[in-house]
Design a protein around this ligand. Sequence first.
Ligand SMILES: [Zn+2]
Length: 189
Amino acid sequence: MIFQPADAGGDEPPPYEPHLAFTAPAWRKLVLYVLNCPFEIGGLGLVEARGQDFLVTDVLLVEQDVNDIATRLDSGAVSALLLQLLESGRDPGELKLWWHSHAHEAPFWSGVDEQTIERFQNDFMLSVVSNHELRFLARQDHYAPRRTTWVWVDKPSDGLESSPEEVEAVRAEIAARTRHVPRDRTRIF
Ligand SMILES: [Zn+2]
């Protein structure tokens, strides 16, 4: 994990660490995606500002290649998602969350994650990483000027009740949108 550099001793107060909350449906989707994929998986989400804090209002799965240790967003799939949002009257400007799961591994910011975060073209981006134990880390990255702020995740609950039909539907959706690719052993973890 990379920690924020310590304040060099100036008079600047430490940056505010925002809270990230979820609507009940958004939380439900996120938890079901995380728990029902045996591999790394990720997607985007819609976020509304709530003062200095944020509320995730929807969680979206995009087409992607996945393997045991990495998930990469397909830029074509992201463009298609932007179009869909526009067509359904939603504001693509709210697409400010990147979420992903490390499956059975601990949540942390890997080299691939840092590269993914660097590539977003946005005024800021919130990133969330989770795993099968539903442990969460979150951060906010600003791009001009570049800085990272740690974010508190307000978990509505540690688990949720889900019906077999709901789990089956989520697994089918994951299977339709992900392509399992062999692990690239030379990739930096
Ligand atoms: Zn990761």
